[in-house]
Design a protein. Structure first.
Length: 185
């Protein structure tokens, strides 16, 4: 094998290892769910950067937030994405999460309220009174319990995935080049 080929392979391996080590997954996704006294429910998930050491996660620290609402027969009423790629799409959004206690707390307003009949939002104070509301129907269901937060799912960062693809592509091109040179010989 030529020196250039050996140097190329060593460089590819070094770059691949650097990219994989330099960008560990930093985002964590947590799920939450709420069930009202009449059987309506809300299920959602949120993502934030867990390496920042935040004592409280509010809307300014969320990377994404999704919530779905269901009727008592578990039929989907609607799904909303109030935060996506760190952009907020809901004017009334209130959200507070404590990473130490792994719980949501305080005033909570998640969903969508654009005065459409298909809009739903979970509104109130966690641990005191939460209501599922609709702009035309008003309060549909409520309860006074906390919202359950479950499971963590690491989210790979784009640079890690992109670096892996680039390193794999460089390796494939080098192998193809080697095969072409062997065929000429």
């Amino acid at each position: 094998m030529r020196l250039n080929q050996k140097l190329g392979i060593a460089t590819t391996v070094a770059i691949s290892l650097y990219v994989l080590e330099a960008s560990p997954a930093q985002a964590v996704t947590l799920n939450f769910d709420w069930t009202g006294n009449a059987g309506y429910s809300a299920k959602g998930s949120f993502t934030y950067d867990e390496t920042q050491g935040y004592s409280t996660i509010d809307i300014s620290k969320l990377q994404s937030l999704t919530v779905s609402f269901f009727d008592p027969s578990k039929k989907l009423l609607n799904t909303f994405v109030p935060i996506s790629t760190e952009s907020i799409f809901y004017d009334f959004l209130d959200f507070n999460y404590n990473p130490a206690t792994k719980s949501l707390f305080g005033f909570f307003d998640v969903g969508q309220d654009n005065n459409q009949t298909t809009d739903y939002y979970l509104f109130g104070t966690i641990g005191l009174n939460l209501s599922l509301r609709n702009p035309t129907e008003g309060t549909i269901d409520s309860n006074n319990s906390a919202i359950n937060v479950t499971g963590t799912t690491p989210v790979p960062e784009p640079l890690t995935m992109g670096g892996t693809v680039i390193a794999g592509g460089i390796g494939w091109l080098m192998k193809r080049n080697q095969a072409a040179q062997k065929a000429k010989a």
